[in-house]
Structure formats: structure tokens, C-alpha cells
Design a protein around this ligand. Structure first.
Ligand SMILES: [Zn+2]
Length: 450
């Protein structure tokens, strides 16, 4: 499944990779003297693109099981975030990126709001880099509370120089897998002027993407950030708006005109009172649309689950609005697969190099087995990928032609050691949580959110 509009799907196909790039795609390619990967019986597809994840939260898996957005703000953003040291950030990002690769996600946009010191910034980047994932590291300007008293950060003036330092030290090469981006302060909790200035700062430092949480359904406070940015002529394709369930039709039109993108994160939006995922509505208005996983402190970190949730939640909504039983189903599984691959690449500003199996693009590929008990018989490969597959079916993953997963196992990863380190980090952080002033933050959150 190439996701390339011209090449289409091949019943049987070969992909030739040279120098990390796709050189040729054809039913059969005869070539001598190269390594062969046998993909017989597998679905070969482009790597998935996750356009919104806070990768640092990996060791907090399951803490958010029954949380609303209110709980998330109080516990995650005000307390857990303060408890991370640079080593915790490294582990969260390293294992989180491995989890993504293991599930066939080869490109990720990391909205990284755990930068409590310059050491945190460096370790966050090192974690992603050591895992070998492609993506955009969006430097978070949000100041978390500080230890030991969980008080507001006294002096945030180090952050912009640190952003410039990091951009110069770690992102000087254009060819590297990772690019620098920016995650401004929370748009709906800040003044418009601050967000405007931070967007300008992002453009000045060459941020590849600028990631903003906006229009969060029932938590939306009528700020119309997108409308205001449009009014100031600031919308452009480097802006990535996350959630956006409460965006009005006019804002969606402005987004379509500007080329700015949307990342819908269906599982978060459905659980946390953020409204119905905007993806189908945005897609229908020709907005560049994609899917994100958001937080593995709650959900599994694979795209299969998000595709399925988005598709079926939308079908449920549309069927519910009918007066009679549906004669047919409007939204097709292939459209959702496109959101999770080429759509994501377009929103990430990387569609010239990834998102489809197209000669000239980077060889970011996923080989999914079809012989598991949940896949046989994979008669329709689209249905198999969107509605049946899970990360265990992902056999082989390549990033820029490099095999990062082979035969169902991550390459060059000592998982028992990493798992033990992650569990130790989680224990220390969760122990620290017990001494936190939960009630103080609940009162604060009630004032700003409810
Ligand atoms: Zn988010």
C-alpha cells in the first residue's frame, strides 16, 4: 500500500532502497548484490506519522486512566511535571520513541513541555535521537512548578536563550532525522500578545513547526485563538493546532486557506471532555488534517488504536444524526489510513520526504504480518491495517532505510535494562507525588478551567 496516488496498491510488489531512499517501486525488481528483506505475506506501508505526543510521559503509563482534562492539568501539568529530573526526561523520551517505532510510527512531533532546565532540554533530544526516530522536537516554553514547594517558576528568562542554544548546538544539520520546533505557552491560558510574540520567536529561530493546544471542546473559553491569529495575518503552514474540537467553521476555512494543520487526538478528546474529534469536519473543509496519540500516560502508543477510534466515533456520530437506518457508511477506512500517514506527513511539513512509498522519498516503511490469529485472512489490506492490526503484527520497521525493528524485535535495544530503568524512574516520581499540594492546585485549576 504505497499511499502514492499514482502508484496505488500493488497486489505483490518490490521496493528498492538505495542510500536510505526509495529508488523504485514495482511488481517485481531484479537486482543483484543487495540485502533482501522478505515481505511475503505482509502488508508494506509507509511509516505512520504521529503529529502530537508528549513523549516524556512514558513512565507515567496508566496514571491517567480515569482522568478528565481538569485532573490532567492538576496532576500532570502541575505536579508530575515538576518531579521529572533530566534523567527521567531522557528515559521517557527514549522509551517513548522506541514504543512508537515498535508500532510502526516512524515520524513523531514531540510537544515537549517538560523543560525545567537546560539539562532537561538536552536529555529530551538525546532520548529521541538515541531511539532513532524521525520528527520535530517542539521546545516547550511552558514553565512547570518548581520543587521543593511546587511554586511558580521565579525566573523564566533562561528559556529563550536555551532554545537558541539548543537550536544551534543540536539542530544545525538540515539532514538529521530531528528538526527543531516550538511549543508556545498554553494559548488559551495566556494573553494573545504573548502567543503572538512566541510564534514570531519560533519563526525567527527557524522552527519547523509551532505546536499549540487550542479549542478544547467543553473547556474552550471562547478565545478563538485561530480566528485572532487569522485576523493578524499570522496563520501559515508552520502552525500546528492540536485538538480543535471547538473550532468554528470560519476558523476551519481560515486554516484551509493558510495551509496550517490540525492534529486531532481522538482518544484524549473522547475521554477528557474536549468535544468530538474534529478530524472529519476539518477534512471535509480541506484543512490539512492528521492524527496524534497525545499521552501514553493513558493510552497505547500506536496509531492502530487512534485510527479505529477516530473512524468509529465519527461513524457513530453520523449514524446517530440520521432519521433512518444508514443505507451506507460515509467515512471510509482508507481516508483514516491517509490521515495517519500522508496526512500526518503533510501537517508535519515533511510530505516531500515521507508519508508515502514514492521513489525519491526516504525509506520509512512498515511491514505488517498478516498471519496472526487477529489478522487471518487479511482479505482487504486497508481493513486489516485500520481495524484488525496491533503493534504485535508489526514485523519490520525502517527509518531512512535503516532497520529499527526486525522479525518483531527492536534492533540494538536492551529491553530488560531499559524497562528496569523506566520502572525505577516511575517509582521515584510517583513517590514524590504523595507530598504534593493537590488541593492547592485543584483550587487554582477550578478558577482557570471551570
Ligand atoms: Zn497535548
Amino acid at each position: 500500500m504505497t499511499l502514492d496516488a499514482v502508484i496505488g496498491d500493488l497486489e505483490r510488489g518490490d521496493v528498492l532502497i538505495e542510500g536510505g531512499k526509495i529508488a523504485e517501486v514495482a511488481p517485481r525488481i531484479e537486482v543483484a548484490g543487495c540485502e533482501r528483506i522478505d515481505a511475503a505475506g505482509m502488508i508494506v506501508s509507509p511509516g505512520f506519522v504521529d503529529t502530537h505526543r508528549h513523549v516524556w510521559q512514558t513512565q507515567l503509563r496508566t496514571v491517567a486512566t480515569d482522568w478528565s482534562l481538569f485532573d490532567y492539568f492538576v496532576r500532570m501539568r502541575c505536579i508530575y511535571s515538576a518531579l521529572y529530573n533530566p534523567g527521567d526526561v531522557y528515559l521517557g523520551n527514549y522509551v517513548g520513541a522506541l514504543e512508537a517505532l515498535n508500532a510502526g510510527i516512524t515520524t513523531i512531533i514531540d510537544h515537549c513541555h517538560i523543560l525545567n532546565s537546560p539539562e532537561h532540554s538536552d536529555e529530551a533530544v538525546h532520548g529521541l535521537r538515541d531511539a532513532g526516530i524521525r520528527g520535530v522536537f517542539c521546545y516547550g516554553l511552558f514553565g512547570n512548578p518548581t520543587l521543593p514547594e511546587f511554586l511558580p517558576e521565579e525566573d523564566a528568562s533562561w528559556r529563550v536563550p536555551d532554545l537558541r542554544r539548543l537550536a544551534a548546538q543540536q539542530f544545525a544539520s538540515e539532514d538529521a532525522l530531528l528538526r527543531i520546533g516550538l511549543a508556545p505557552n498554553e494559548a488559551e491560558g495566556s494573553t494573545f500578545e504573548l502567543i503572538r510574540d512566541e510564534i514570531r520567536l519560533g519563526r525567527e529561530i527557524g522552527a519547523h513547526r509551532i505546536s499549540l493546544h487550542v479549542a478544547m471542546g467543553r473547556y474552550d473559553r471562547g478565545r478563538r485563538i485561530v480566528g485572532s491569529l487569522a485576523g493578524e495575518g499570522l496563520l501559515d503552514e508552520d502552525l500546528l493546532f492540536v485538538h480543535g474540537s471547538a473550532l468554528d467553521d470560519e476558523e476551519l476555512e481560515r486554516l484551509a486557506d493558510s495551509g496550517a494543520g490540525i492534529s486531532a487526538t481522538p482518544e484524549t478528546e473522547l475521554q477528557m471532555g474536549m468535544g468530538h474529534p474534529v478530524a472529519a469536519r476539518a477534512l471535509a473543509r480541506s484543512v490539512r488534517t492528521s492524527l496524534g496519540i497525545d499521552i501514553v500516560s493513558n493510552y497505547s502508543g500506536d496509531m492502530f488504536a487512534q485510527m479505529r477510534l477516530m473512524l468509529q466515533a465519527q461513524r457513530g456520530l453520523e449514524n446517530e444524526q440520521l432519521d433512518a437506518p444508514p443505507r451506507s457508511i460515509r467515512l471510509k477506512a482508507r481516508e483514516v489510513l491517509e490521515l495517519a500517514t500522508l496526512g500526518g506527513a503533510t501537517v508535519a511539513g515533511l510530505d516531500a520526504i515521507v508519508g508515502s512509498i514514492t521513489p525519491g522519498k526516504q525509506a520509512d516503511l512498515v511491514l505488517t504480518r498478516t498471519d496472526s490469529i487477529n489478522m487471518v485472512p487479511a482479505t482487504d489490506p486497508v481493513g486489516a491495517l485500520v481495524l484488525n492490526a496491533n503493534p504485535h503484527d508489526v514485523d519490520t520497521v525502517l527509518v531512512a532505510g535503516r532497520v529499527v525493528k526486525r522479525g518483531g524485535k527492536l534492533v540494538d535495544v536492551d529491553w530488560p535494562i531499559a524497562a528496569e530503568a523506566l520502572a525505577a524512574s516511575a517509582r521515584r516520581i510517583r513517590e514524590g507525588f504523595k507530598a504534593a499540594p493537590l488541593e492547592r492546585f485543584e483550587q487554582l485549576a477550578a478558577q482557570v478551567m471551570l
